[in-house]
Design a protein around this ligand. Sequence first.
Ligand code: 8GT
Length: 140
Amino acid sequence: MTGAAGPAPALLVVAAALLDPLDRVCLQQRPRDKRHGGLWEFPGGKVEPGEDPAAALCRELVEELGVAVLPNDCVPCGFAAAPELVILLYAVRRWEGTVTGLEAEGVTWLAPAMATGLAMPPLDYPLVRQLQQLLVHRII
Ligand SMILES: Nc1nc2c([nH]c(=O)n2[C@@H]2O[C@H](COP(=O)(O)OP(=O)(O)OP(=O)(O)O)[C@@H](O)[C@H]2O)c(=O)[nH]1
C-alpha cells in the first residue's frame, strides 16, 4: 500500500549510563522549563536524521556533560520503547574530561538500585532495571 499518511515514525533517542569504578551511574535532572522538567534521566538526546546513534550519543555527551567519548566505548545495554519514542541505552565506562552538568539542573552519581527512588520520565525506569540486572550478573 502506498500514499497513505500513517502515524509519525517513533522518535529515536540515545542515552548513556556513564559508570564509575564503583558502578555508580550518572543521572541528570531535566531543566524545569522543559517537558519532564525536574525529573532525573540518563544523559542523551535525539538522534538527528541520518546520524549514527553512537555518534549522536557522543555529541550529546559533549553538549550536556562536557566529556569526550568514543563511539567504540558506547556499549549497547538496553532499550525502552513507547509508540512515539524508542530509547537506546549504552553503557560508557571510558571518557575524557570532568563530568559537568552543562544543561541540567543538577547531576548525581548513585547505585542503579537507588536510582529508581528518584522521579524519572517513564521509560527511564525500565532502563535502570535493565542496567541493574546486567551489573548484578557482571555482564557489563
Ligand atoms: N529519557 C526519556 N526521554 C523521554 C521519555 N519520554 C519522552 O517523551 N522523552 C522525550 O525524549 C526526548 C529526549 O530528547 P532530548 O533530551 O534531546 O530532548 P530535550 O527536550 O532535552 O532537548 P531539545 O531542546 O533538544 O528538544 C525529550 O523530548 C524527552 O521529553 C522518557 O521516558 N525518558
